[in-house]
Design a protein around this ligand. Sequence first.
Ligand code: ADP
Length: 574
Amino acid sequence: MRRVLEYTENNLIYMIVLLGVMILAAVFWNLYRKEKRAAKRAREELKGGEKFYSSFGSNQKTAYVFVSEKGRKVLYVTPNLELITGIRPEDLKTDTELMTGLIVRREARIIGRNLETWDKEEEFSSEVNYHRNGEKELHRGKITIIYCKEESGYLLILSDITEEYEHRREMEQKLLAAQKESQSKTDFLSQMSHEIRTPMNGILGMLSLLKAHLNQPAAAEEYLKKTENLSHFLLTLINDILDMSRIESGKVQLEEVPFSLEQLAEKLDSMFRSTAEAKGIHWKIEMQDFDVKYVIGDEMRLSQVIINFISNANKFTPPGGTVQVLFRQMDRIGNDLHFMIRVSDTGKGIKEDFLSKIFRPFEQEDASTAHNYGGSGLGMAIADSMVRLMNGQILVESEEGKGTEFSVYLSLPVSETQDEKETPIQNVTEEDPAMLRAIEAFTLKGIRILLAEDNDINAEIAMEILAMEGAILTRACDGEEVVQMFKESQSYSFDVILMDIQMPKLDGWEATKVIRRMNREDIDIPILAMSANAFVEDRRKSQESGMNGHISKPVDYDEVRRIIGEQLWAVRSH
Ligand code: ADP
């Protein structure tokens, strides 16, 4: 029995120990499982974070920073932060204020204020100007802040958009310039339309009056005279408008040919002295301090500018006043000659408030200017654009009632010689007294003219007017026909060819070249362009094709007579 009891006692102790071990094992197992679960959760969380951060990506221009909601701690920074901001990621982790310090202070304050009222629903975004850490140069940046509720933090996206910004600004400026240009073109066009309609209205009105007064010769003549004046005015206006729009559209190409400023002064003198003196104006033209013979530039365009100043000076100066033109050499630096051409007058002067507007198209001092002096207000705008194209400058000084002074400052390369290339045909009469006398006495009586003209109305007018003077005319209707007719004619059966340029089959320039290459004695017959191609470039082409002169349409028949006279005098005197 005692053994039985001993056995039972031992078993009980065993059981209790076993139970204790089991309980302990269960406790430790539970603890272990708990630990494992926590570790797993922690691992998963870490994995989720990495996934979140790795979604930020990375490139040369955009950096990402993740900041915790609580404590505003920097939890993650992409390594390219330094490339964009100049701040090392590890420095930002210890000092979050570093970034705010880069932004231009005023902008940083505005962003700060805006963030105070940010509702976090939408992303916050702002462009800023910032300096890279320690650098002076300004960069353009973009900051975007996204509130990430699930991750309990803020994602900051920082981009350097300097290049895009500059490109955008360039485009904006281009757009603005284009809009401005388009507006000024519209203004120019509507003003131009008004300016053209005014004389056109006058012409048509005068023609109606003329028709109604055909049986009253004195009145009819008066209406005709007015129609003629208005037509001339209209022509000048159209020429100026075309000049202006060609300059504006960059179609004017300046010549670079040696020319003599002294000869230019002489030409201006012969052009204006007699008209100024006839009006009772004291006319002076002077060259001061010049030791340079030739400069390289566009003589014709420069003279166009000066001619405009002189015409105005003559126009706005009353009899008894003085108009003076001064050419002065200022300096010679290297091969460049700096000089000034000044046109001064003692005329009516210009009001101070108009001086600032004087170079704007269609501007005249007041409504009475056009009424009393004519003109359209385009001359100054053309002169200004032309001089600017030559990299020069115009200065104006004027006092009302006392007079005006226009000074053109230019710098042109010096040339030692005047090379072979001539300036385009200008139809300017050289002052040879024998020739002037001969031309004065010249008539078209008996002159045999071959006229190449495809337009019937123009041909009819030319033939009737020239025939009225006694010329003998033969007409060709296109370029091929004029070549054929000349070829089939006996040598020297024509004295001159008047050649339209734009004609079917063969243009006037080509027809001239063909004639100049023919195998016959009279291939140097004077050929004169008579064309609506009226630009300097057209005159140049006429000269290059071998023509002797260029008459622009609408044709001035006095000019035709004079040029034919000059040409025949030249042929006959050699
Ligand atoms: P236009 O002479 O055809 O009117 P411009 O452009 O040449 O056009 O001149 C514009 C205006 O400038 C003139 O209408 C006139 O009011 C003023 N002006 C130009 N030159 C002179 C001058 N020498 N004296 C007084 N006014 C002038």
